[in-house]
Design a protein around this ligand. Structure first.
Ligand code: ZN
Length: 332
């Protein structure tokens, strides 16, 4: 016995072209509409950070967070470098406590952490107060005598944002080859999320002074290979390479970001970008992708006094904007 079942599926294709309206705006997941974020972190203010670390980043137009200890021996010997040169290369300082020696009490922790915040404010111009990244130093057993709640309260007083865990992210300690370290970046790209690498100094070679060598120093060639690999991924639009606070601000602002189209016609578009995040601490520009009329080519994007020229492609423009009003005009 044979049974035939005939199924006729009649599809009525209702073609209604979905024209996006001029002004429709998408907030990019990450800056520059990159697929993912990667953070480099360099701990302990060792001399290799400014001899090799910062210059190699600068050559590639990249940044990192450098966690400094302004009361530690190596820092004090080279304090002039830290105060006048290193941050000017584009790296961002984070708080790694004053001496890296541990804390005896809540009061002592307030000094160790608070004085480092003050030192960074004094060295690097900017808003005060503002958010800084914090990394608890690794110290010997029994040398960290405050609990998590006490530490969290001190971080709050100092507007410090705790960085993610060292576990699984230490160069040399967890990962030895450039391939392994770049696999972290590829993991971020695959998930559209964030990954990071924590470095404890970079190997110093003669004729440089090889004293003040950190104990998990990363081989220079591997360091350069990691930076080159990250640069390639950035240049093809996969990665936004930034400091911990910029990432934290972008993520926080983006989570509640809304774009309202105030006005849109054939000559200009006016938008309003808002976010629930406190603008005192969360003032990082977000990347917006806005639909413009099909015949627009070169556009002007203005926010207050700031103006930028942007080229439209496929009826869209991409630009960075801080919360507030944005005026987009057709033409140069
Ligand atoms: Zn450390």
């Amino acid at each position: 016995m044979t049974k035939f079942v005939f199924a006729f599926i009649v599809s009525i294709l209702f073609v209604s072209p979905l024209y996006a309206a001029a002004g429709d705006t998408r907030v990019a997941k990450w800056q520059n509409d990159a697929k993912a974020v990667f953070l480099l972190m360099v701990d302990d203010s060792m001399p290799s950070a400014f001899e090799i670390g910062a210059p190699e980043l600068q050559k590639r137009g990249m940044t990192a967070t450098f966690y400094i200890c302004p009361g530690k021996g190596e820092y004090k010997v080279f304090h002039d470098k830290w105060e006048n040169e290193v941050w000017r290369t584009g790296v961002v300082y984070g708080n790694h406590t004053l001496t890296h020696g541990g804390v005896r009490s809540v009061e002592h922790a307030r000094q160790e952490i608070g004085q480092t915040t003050d030192a960074i404010y004094k060295i690097v111009p900017g808003k005060q107060p503002r958010l800084l990244s914090y990394a608890q130093p690794g110290v010997g057993p029994g040398q960290w005598k405050i609990n998590k709640e006490q530490e969290a309260a001190i971080l709050k007083e100092n507007h410090l944002i705790d960085r993610p865990t060292f576990a699984g992210h230490g160069a040399v300690y967890h990962w030895q080859t450039a391939e392994q370290m770049l696999a972290l970046a590829d993991k971020a790209i695959a998930s559209g999320g964030m990954e990071y690498l924590i470095i404890h100094g970079i190997e110093r070679r003669k004729p440089m002074n090889t004293s003040f060598q950190d104990f998990w120093a990363l081989n220079q060639d591997i360091y350069r290979a990691v930076l080159d690999g990250l640069k390639d991924r950035r240049d093809r639009g996969d990665l936004w390479i930034t400091d911990h606070i910029s990432y934290h601000q972008y993520l926080t602002e983006r989570q509640t970001a809304k774009v309202q189209v105030l006005q849109a016609d054939e000559k200009s578009i006016r938008l309003k970008l808002t976010s629930d995040a406190d603008p005192q601490f969360y003032d990082h520009a977000l990347t917006l992708v806005t639909e413009v009329p099909g015949d627009w080519k070169a556009c002007q994007v203005a926010q207050g006094e700031q103006k930028a020229s942007v080229t439209a492609s496929d009826g869209k423009i991409q630009f960075d904007a801080a919360p507030g009003e944005v005026q987009i005009t057709n033409g140069q």
